[in-house]
Design a binder for this molecule. Sequence first.
Ligand code: PMV
Length: 337
Amino acid sequence: MSGTGGLESDRRLAAARAVIGERPLRPARASAEAYAPANIALVKYWGKRDEALRLPVTGSLSISLGDLGTRTRLTPAEADRVVLNGVALSAEDPFARRLSGFLDLFRSPVAPGFAVETVNTVPTAAGLASSASGFAALVLAMDALMDWSLPERARSILARLGSGSACRSVRAGFMEWRCGERADGSDSFAEPLPDIWPALRIGLVVVEAGPKPIGSGEAMRRTCATSPLYAAWPATVARDLTETRAAIAARDLERLGVTAEGNAMAMHATMIAARPSVCYWTASTLDALRRLRVLREEGVAVYATMDAGPNVKLLFEQSAESAVLRQFPNLGIARSF
Ligand code: PMV
C-alpha cells in the first residue's frame, strides 16, 4: 500500500516540478495573497483516467462565479498550519491533510512548511466548488510568494494536481479543460474561451450547506468502476462540448441551458446507477427542480445544473432575474462578467 502511495506522490511531484522548471523553490517575499473564483461546470468532469495526476476521461467546460470564491494568504513556516474561515484546523483534519499533501509539491530546505489562511465565500464541501477555488487560489498565492510568474497553463496544471476542477478556476470567465492525451498530463489544462456574456447569471439554490455524505473522488471512482451507464458518458460529453461552445458563441441561452441541464442529469444518472448507488439529491433538490419546471411552463428561460451535492444552480439572463427571484426568494446570484 505505502509502495503505491509513494509511487503516486512521486509521479505528482515529478509532474509539478516539470511545470515549475528551473525556477527556485525559494520564497521571494514574507507572504503572498491571491483570489480565485469558484466555477460551475456547464459540461461536467466526471471520471479520471489517472488518479494520481487527476487526469480526466473527458474534457469539461465551466463558468466562474465572480466574487464567490476563495482568498488565500500563504506565509512560509517551519510546519504547515491551516486556518479555514478564521478557524485553526488540527493537523488531522481531512482538509488540512489534503492541503499538506498538496504543499508537499512545493517544499524545500528554505521553505519546509507553509501557513495557509483561507477564506471561502462559498459554503465549504456543499458541492459549490470550494475545493476548486481553494486549490486555484493556493497555486496563485504560491506563484506570487515564489515570484515565479508561471504561464497560465502551468498554473492550471498545478491546480489540477490539487483538485481536478481547480484547473478551471485559475482565471475568470468561461474555461475549457482540455482532456489531453499524454501520460504525464502536460497537455491537460484549462484554457479561457474568448467569449464574454455580461447578461448571464448563475443562481445558487443552497438547499443544504453542510458537508456531503460522499466526496466527489470516491463517487467518481465508484461510478467508473461499477456504473453500467458510464460507457455512454464520454460520447455525451463530446457532443455537449460542441453544443456548449456554439451556444456560448451565439449567446443562445436556450441552447446552453438545455445542453447544460441534460449534461448534469446524465452525470447524475451515471452515479445513481453505480453499485452501490450514489445519489446526492434530497427532497429539497427535487422540489427546486419542480419549481424550475413551473417557471419554465410560465415561459421563463431558466435551466438547472447540479454537481456532486444536493444544491441546484440556475442559469438565466438578467432579464429573467425578477421572475426567477419570485419562485426562488433566497437565491444567491453570481455573475461572471
Ligand atoms: O474537482 P473535483 O474532484 O471535486 O470534481 C468535481 C466534479 C464536479 O463538480 C461534479 C463536476 C465538475 O466538472 O466540476
